[in-house]
Design a protein around this ligand. Sequence first.
Ligand code: SIN
Ligand code: FE
Length: 295
Amino acid sequence: MTRDDVLEVLAVPAWDAPIDAVQSARAVAALEDGRVLFFPFLHFALQESEKRFLTVEALEPGRKNISFDPESGTCQGSRHKGTEAAELAAMLERFARQAEALVLALAPGYAGQLERARTSFRPAEIEDRASSVRKDDRLLHVDAFPTRPTRGRRILRVFSNIAPDGAERLWRVGEPFPEFAKKFFPRVGGGSPRAAWLLQQLGLTRGRRSAYDTIMLGLHDRMKEDRAYQAGAPAAEVSFAPGTSWIVFTDQVLHAALAGRFALEQTFHLPVAAMADSARAPISVLERLAGRALA
Ligand code: SIN
Ligand code: FE
């Protein structure tokens, strides 16, 4: 696999640039097909006063990200207090709004269905980060979170590299989801409805896990634990320079973040029914393999 297999390059010059119907159709098809939309000319502009946030010192000790919750309007994981915290929150809010405007311009069909979730600021160097295999995002994976079941809803993420020091963000992108799923689906179970109920009752999941969520977590873990797959799987390395942005369905695209620091990321959720072609959603792929409904 090469960089050209995994990236769809769009020469969009600004977050609020008009997108014509041809460009939009191309973007949606590529995105839903599991390609990374790459915007080499799209940078997130920091105000002069915001440049002081570009340090790992912005992090609360022991945290790797700062996250902004659109419901509460506040940040978590930051060392900043008072006015500084409010300014940092305002910066992340601005990124969230610009990211949302861009996604809706690219995919007008998602309007009214796209749900804005958390924004994150990731100042820490990825390369230095030691963690357990399951938490190690330097290994190929699809996103699936133990505490946040989606019941099939999509996870769409907008990233922007805002490194002040030239650091590129280096990713590996793996094979298409259907090909990966064919290999790994037989190795995971769907869990029991009773166990899912219990996890929810105990407050360990936000909402109830569906069979889909349990399978996705299984795929995430089996893939990270499989050393032979990690070493030999089809994949392409792509680097995202400072001043560039990219959009990707991270529940579908196999990805690993190998190196880099200072990125912004906005998460959205999208119901499968809002897609132009819902047959490409991971839940649809897995339901075909399972021969039954999974959520
Ligand atoms: C990930 O979603 O695995 C991490 C991506 C990144 O921070 O670049
Ligand atoms: Fe991930």
